[in-house]
Design a protein around this ligand. Structure first.
Ligand SMILES: Nc1ncnc2c1ncn2[C@@H]1O[C@H](COP(=O)(O)OP(=O)(O)OP(=O)(O)O)[C@@H](O)[C@H]1O
Length: 948
């Protein structure tokens, strides 16, 4: 039969789930007796589309029994279910997470009917698997045709070791640390809880049942040594592709009960392994026997590697991935992983997954996706290299790892990787894997020990005291199949790479036998003899092959080959090769896998740290930052508030101070003004009294006598008239300071001012001094007033200008302020004017005194002068006399001259009197003029003075 006529079950693409999440293998046949159709229907549906079912070439796969063409492969496991599917439709159902294996029920109760024990047929019919298994039991045993195992040397003594009923302690068969329940017969249905990975449930079915095999395996005395039990080698026989091949059937015996395969042809012999699966065994059965225990051990902290090896088209991918109705090792392992997590509340887990392929000796990251360059085109992909370090062993880098939290998520990630895997049609397989694919699931776990704070319900997570993190790895590898040279060049290239790497793998495994010889190791001939580095595959498998990992090898073969004899012969040769490989693996690989240490992640570099630890540290760090941030925020807020308060208080204080100062200033000003006023009035009163100023006689007499300008000027009279209402004294000398008149006033009260000697000179001096003092006072007062006014103006101006921008100009308050300022201005001008008056008065008085002194000097020589003096003293009031005596040069005196007694007046020369009168006139007129000028302004203050 030509290659073209070979049956080519087409491989549908395994599209990533787009719609509902892929269903997971929640149910598993309790027994391998479950009919293919029934078993296929155990899964409610999955996104992983069956290659066969959705094959476009075989839209509806008929049952093998109904095959009309021998060229169409009969796949009993699939035919039943597939046959019921409508054309072009794939089976897809969604299953919720609740349908995943539930924790086991304890208490010795019989296992209830769980979701696992029921399943749906493609038609939606529910099937009780336990019933199915019973019915399966009625299926005629396929072993009926099997012959008794023979002892043979084929494959080497070790390769033919029959199993011992006393299987060695093994982590994978459960005998090392758990009770093994003897199932007695392979065809017995698994207990209902076999899908359950709980400690109680798992030992019942997951272990390979070494016990039912005789102990012939130990005949050579080498059998399963320590650690050998950690390696499981199984052989799976795929269903015949071309229907019945009687010749092949005659040559081969497959005894799954005894895990024995016998070949009766040339190079014939018996091959015994840990498990042998016949064509009727489904994937669940394969998983249970070959991988379940290993997966559980991985969850407990061991490294585990499962890989499928075999000729192309023999069912490696079918076994590893499975179909929607017959999920393979990978989806079943995922189910078990999450079941284990659910059943182990005392630990917390973190799972990350990577998916690579080795294609033509290059490693590709199947999860990385295409790299888009700057121009939008696919950019160069960074080459992935294999690295090695003491902690992690051999690993690929850089690699995309995805953290997964649910089985569906994990399945989706893997489906995505499957989609990117290189697949092509070959002579033997329509969808042949052209690469070795490695799914790696890293399991990190940590004990959850409730801490002291665990009692509070608030933050249970943070109340957990973290223990050390344990990291283990589960590698699930679907190798490319060995193949004959293809016609197509590309396939040939691929094939040569595949074959070369598989050959290296075979070589390494073959040499492991010598490697395990301790003596060799001591001689330093250990690892260096093993050509791990000859291929990427062996390099990647190095940790597993060198004993650090639990290993399960599933070898797939195809016994019958319909078609040409050449094809059948070719198959047989390849099958024998595979069987030999399996035997060597079983005998040579020694695993001393140990549970990974729980390491605290504090040490080491960040990269090598377990992700759980890195996350824990990050969480702690973030928590700290959060707490710090919070306290800092609160502190900042407090500080800011305090600062604000302080600033506000300061501003308030400043404002208060300013207001207080202003008030004080105003009060001071008012007080000073009042004082001044009082002083002024006091002085006025005193002066009037002491100088005997009398009621304007001098003024009027002066006016009458001198024909003063005052009498001719109404203007001049104005201020006088105003002031006259207040005081006579001021009327007498308009515009003059109240202190002025006393100088020239004659009258009865002059005693006070005539001086100690009563001669009038002292009085004048005193007056001058008083005036000077007064002047100094006034100056000081003016300076003070000016200063304060300036200050008040400034502060009020700023306030006024501020308020002016908001308030209407001319508001009552502002008006009041302006009025006050104007008033103050007036007062200052008034005071200035008074000052000037006084200065002039002083000048006049000084000159008058001088003249008086002169006159006195002259008069003292004549007796008249004494008389005058005496007269003055004896006068009725005395004041006038004293004044006269003080000096006729004084303007005041000259004013009063006409009223002096005749004797006295005669004592002064008319010229002098004349002169004095003239001086006085001048002064008065200038005074009056200045008064007239300032009259208006000063008058504003008059009412106040008058009022007072
Ligand atoms: N045990 C089985 N029961 C039913 N069908 C099977 C079985 N094993 C393999 N097949 C079918 O045989 C065909 C080839 O199988 P598969 O692709 O798994 O082979 P393979 O070993 O992976 O080949 P390759 O190395 O070329 O990738 C598929 O259509 C698959 O459905």
């Amino acid at each position: 039969m030509s290659g073209n006529s070979l049956p080519r079950p087409s491989r549908p693409s395994i599209a990533p789930p787009t719609g509902p999440l892929p269903s997971l293998p929640v149910a598993k046949a309790r027994s391998s007796n479950v009919g293919p159709a029934t078993r296929a229907s155990l899964l409610p549906g999955a996104a992983i589309t069956s290659r066969a079912v959705s094959s476009s070439a075989l839209p509806c796969r008929p049952s093998s029994k109904h095959l009309t063409s021998p060229s169409v492969p009969a796949l009993p496991a699939e035919s039943g279910s597939a046959g019921t599917l409508p054309v072009g439709k794939s089976l897809r159902k969604t299953v919720s997470i609740g349908s995943f294996p539930q924790p086991p029920r304890h208490g010795g109760r019989s296992n209830p009917t769980s979701p696992l024990s029921t399943a749906f047929t493609p038609g939606g019919e529910m099937v009780d698997r336990r019933v199915s298994s019973v019915s399966r039991g009625s299926v005629p045993s396929r072993n009926s045709s099997l012959k008794k195992p023979r002892t043979s040397n084929i494959g080497g003594a070790r390769g033919l070791l029959p199993r011992s009923p006393l299987s060695p302690p093994s982590l994978l068969n459960g005998s090392a640390d758990s009770v093994t329940v003897e199932t007695g017969h392979l065809s017995l249905p698994s207990p209902p809880q076999s899908r359950n990975s709980s400690p109680q449930g798992s030992y019942a079915t997951s272990a390979t049942t070494f016990e039912d095999v005789d102990d012939g395996g130990r005949a050579d005395g080498k059998g399963y040594k320590d650690g050998k039990g950690n390696v499981i080698v199984s052989v799976r026989v795929r269903p015949d592709a071309g229907g019945k091949d009687t010749k092949s059937e005659m040559e081969w015996d497959v005894n799954n009960k005894q895990a024995l395969i016998s070949y009766k042809g040339r190079e014939g012999g018996d091959y015994i392994y840990d498990n042998v699966f016949d064509p009727q065994d489904n994937n669940a059965r394969v998983y249970d026997a070959a991988a379940k225990r290993l997966v559980r051990r991985v969850m407990e902290g061991y490294h585990g590697t499962v890989f499928a090896y075999g000729m192309t088209g023999t069912g490696k991918t079918f076994s590893m991935q499975g179909t929607a109705t017959n999920p393979g090792v990978i989806p079943l392992a995922i189910t078990d992983i999450f079941s284990y997590i659910r059943e182990t509340p005392q630990r917390e887990f973190l799972l990350r997954v990577s998916y690579i392929e080795i294609y033509n000796e290059k490693i590709h990251d199947l999860l990385a996706g295409p790299v888009i360059g700057m121009n939008g085109q696919a950019g160069p992909v960074e080459e992935i290299k294999l690295r090695e370090d003491s902690k992690r062993g051999v690993y690929a880098s850089p690699l995309k790892e995805e953290i997964v939290q649910s089985p569906t998520q994990l399945l989706r990630v893997i489906a995505r990787g499957d989609n990117s895997r290189k697949v092509a049609g070959t002579q033997f397989n329509a969808r042949s894997s052209r690469s070795h694919a490695v799914v790696q699931i890293v399991v990190e776990s940590r004990e959850r020990v409730p801490g002291p704070a665990a009692t509070s319900n608030s933050d249970k997570r943070s109340a957990i005291i973290p223990g050390g993190v344990r990291v283990s790895t589960l590698s699930l590898i679907d190798l490319a199949g060995s193949e004959k040279a293809a016609d197509n060049k590309e396939r040939r290239t691929e094939g040569s790479h595949i074959n070369k790497s598989l050959l290296t793998l075979g070589t390494v495994i073959g040499r492991l036998a010598s490697d395990k010889d301790k003596a060799d190791k001591e001689k330093g001939k250990g690892d260096k003899h093993l050509p791990y580095r000859d291929s990427k595959l062996t390099r990647l498998l190095q940790p597993a092959l060198s004993g650090n990992s639990l290993v399960s090898i599933l070898c797939t073969i195809q016994i019958g080959a319909s078609g040409s004899v050449a094809a059948a012969v070719s198959h047989t040769g390849e099958t024998l090769n595979t069987l030999k490989f399996a035997s060597r693996a079983k005998n040579n690989i020694v695993s001393h896998a140990k549970k990974a240490d729980e390491s605290m992640g504090a040490g080491g570099d960040a990269g090598s740290r377990a992700l759980l630890d890195r996350y824990r540290l990050e969480i702690e760090d973030l928590r700290k930052q959060l707490a710090e941030g919070k306290s800092k925020e609160t502190k900042d807020e407090d500080e800011e508030e305090l600062k604000r308060d302080k600033e506000e208080e300061k501003a308030r204080e400043l404002e208060d101070k300013q207001r207080h100062e202003e008030q004080m200033l105003e009060m001071q000003l008012a007080r000073t003004a009042l004082k001044e006023r009082i002083e002024h009035l006091n002085r006025l009163i005193l002066s009037s009294k002491s100088l005997g100023v009398n009621n304007g006689r001098s003024f009027s007499s002066l006016s009458f006598q001198r024909g003063s300008v005052l009498s001719n000027s109404h203007v001049d009279m104005r201020p006088s008239s105003i002031r006259s209402s207040a005081s006579h004294a001021t009327l007498e000398v308009p515009g003059q300071s109240p202190a002025m008149p006393q100088v020239h006033m004659e009258g009865s009260e002059e005693d006070d001012s005539v001086g100690d000697n009563g001669d009038g000179i002292a009085s004048q001096t005193v007056q001058i001094q008083a005036l000077q003092t007064d002047l100094a006072d006034k100056n000081r007062y003016i300076a003070t007033l000016e200063k304060r006014l300036l200050h008040a103006r400034r502060s009020s101006h700023s306030r006024v200008s501020m308020s002016l921008s908001h308030k209407l100009v001319g508001s009552s308050e502002d008006g009041g302020m302006v009025a006050v300022i104007a008033e103050k201005d007036n007062e200052i001008s008034n005071l200035r004017a008074q000052l000037e008056d006084k200065e002039r008065m002083i000048a006049a008085l000084t000159s008058a005194r001088k003249k008086n002194d002169n006159a006195h000097d002259m008069g003292s020589e004549s007796p008249g002068s004494r008389r005058t003096s005496g007269y003055q003293r004896s006068g009725s009031d005395g004041s006038g006399a004293s004044l006269m005596a003080k000096g006729p040069t004084s303007p005041s005196l000259s004013v009063k001259a006409p009223y002096l007694p005749p004797q006295a007046s005669t004592t002064n020369s008319p010229a002098k009197i004349e002169e004095m009168t003239r001086m006085l006139d001048e002064m008065i007129s200038s005074r009056v003029e200045s008064r007239v000028e300032n009259g208006t302004r000063r008058s504003s203050l008059m009412p106040v003075s008058e009022g007072q």
